[in-house]
Design a binder for this molecule. Sequence first.
Ligand SMILES: [Zn+2]
Length: 665
Amino acid sequence: MAIPQTFIQELLNRVDVVDVVGRYVQLKKGGANLMGLCPFHGEKSPSFSVSPTKQFYHCFGCGANGNAIGFLMEHAGMSFVEAVKDLAQQTGLQVPEDDASPQDRERAAQQRQKQVTLNDVLEKSAHAYIKHLKASPRAVSYLKGRGLSGEIAKTFGLGYAPEGWRSLASVFPDYADALLVESGMVIAHEDEKGQDGEAKRYDRFRDRIMFPIRNVKGEYIGFGGRVLDKGEPKYLNSPETPVFSKGRELYGLFEARTAIRVAGYALVTEGYMDVVALAQLGFANAVATLGTACTPDHVQKLFRFTDSVVFSFDGDGAGRRAARKALDAALPLATDTRSVKFLFLPAEHDPDSYIRANGEAAFAQCVKEAVPLSRFLVDAASADCDLSSAEGRARMASQARPLWNALPDGALKRQLITELANGIGIGSADLLQLWQQSGGARAQRPAHREQPASQDPGYDGGSHTQGYGDAQGGGYTPSYNPSSGGSYGDNSGYGKGSYGNKGYSKWRKGPPPPPRMLGSRRSGGSRADRAVGLLLANAEAWDSLSAEDHAMLAHLPAPHGPVFAWLEAQLHEHGPQPWAALREALRGSEHEGFVCAEVEQATMGADSGMELNELADVMDRLRADALEALAALLAARVQQGDTSAYEEYKRVIERIKTLKSAPPV
Ligand SMILES: [Zn+2]
């Protein structure tokens, strides 16, 4: 099952990248484009431009670029399918799902509607808690006592749930509304009936500092609440609801996205207080699990934003146990291009207290020196083993097996077999043989187990139709095959594909490329090359050209002529389309590579007004070229004695003169 390319084209034709990006980045008008602070590299002055005409975004600072789908994948961490579904929903299009019955679709739509309603309830509650915080000197002084500034409190939307059993009744006049219970904000005691015979209801969170939990789209999905003084439980989370699943959500990921890209790694901590405190102290790239052990879903979610994850644990026994669970969660996803490390703080410290005692630089140094996954794996394998005895080494052999098996195949896995075998004191071939014999077929787990056991059920709790081409694997399995009839089976290397094969997935792996300025355009492209780039990037200009121009362009020698003929056919069929949509239509066509390269040369974030001026100039030159060729032809006929050609020759020469004397635009 795949999403047809024509659907993607139609979607990109309908959607507005300005709206999509504008959900996350504040944009201001700057010429024909909109400008904002780049969410991918962190900056103080805007070099991130969004083009409404091309439906592309482009950063002059780091080179990030793409269309609306790419933006949601790269910035919001959505999979390809999630991004397409998200956009389709906004534009009212139905993603073609051959195997979904109308009832299934209806159910999915209802479910999504329910989620939106729950998000609203949670968001309203969050706003009420913020108001209560401002009105509670006790809560404010608690946060100040923890060293948090008002600004950080605002960034994370911290609030306060006041004392009293029904404070939310002032926000939701219908306190009996089932949605309040379903969202987890109100508890209904079925056993205890009030005087009216109804179940007793009261606020779940009372007299607590409130940490709203948002998903990567910024929607409110739950809360964490912490007591101010003594009291139990110290931390209280929202229950599992249709919009909130502890095993899949990370606190602070929405707020940390940009910082994670800038820092080059995500720091996973144990609690939401750590996240907020770390952000205050200069480590805004921290996230936390929500009172649960780290799951493969968590790790996979993080790997959508970065290739490098550092788990930080308190130095106590609980921290050690949590680290071991994180190791298990991370192993299946630890491919050779990813880095996973474990940071153990001294027993008396959490990250907050460590930084306050030793400073930011010391903490940064700890991060640098964190234990790599390979070493932690060997440590875990040999835990409680007396390696000086044969029994202890044998025990290590049996403990090591599930850990090693969980790793995806690759260079790391192959090196580790040697290291483990050395520790155990036998050869690596012997060790492998031993494991095979003692475990039988059952021990042979698939080498490349990218998919966590619990499947990501689509986007943030939405229904997930299996077979869509699961965008698992945390990223960019390049499964798009141009010869497969042009449809997407998967993530399809999508973020990368916006311009030829340069995109910024490559950039994500290493340092950002040097700024690409307009002046650095390749020189030497022909006029026809230039016309291809400019016209495809500004297809609406086609209609302003004359029929003679159209014919002239379509009759240029290959590859240019056929490209213009293709463009004309596209316009007849679909009307004017932004470049983002045309680019989809090109996918898999013979023109794809050439056209994308020319569009990139001609534009890359340039102002479309400037491009239209340049197009006018290029068209003049092409017309002059065509007329000069015609003049030469006519002159030859005149020389051969065809006097009837002479009048026409004179007219053509006159037109060339007019063209050339026209003021340059
Ligand atoms: Zn940038």
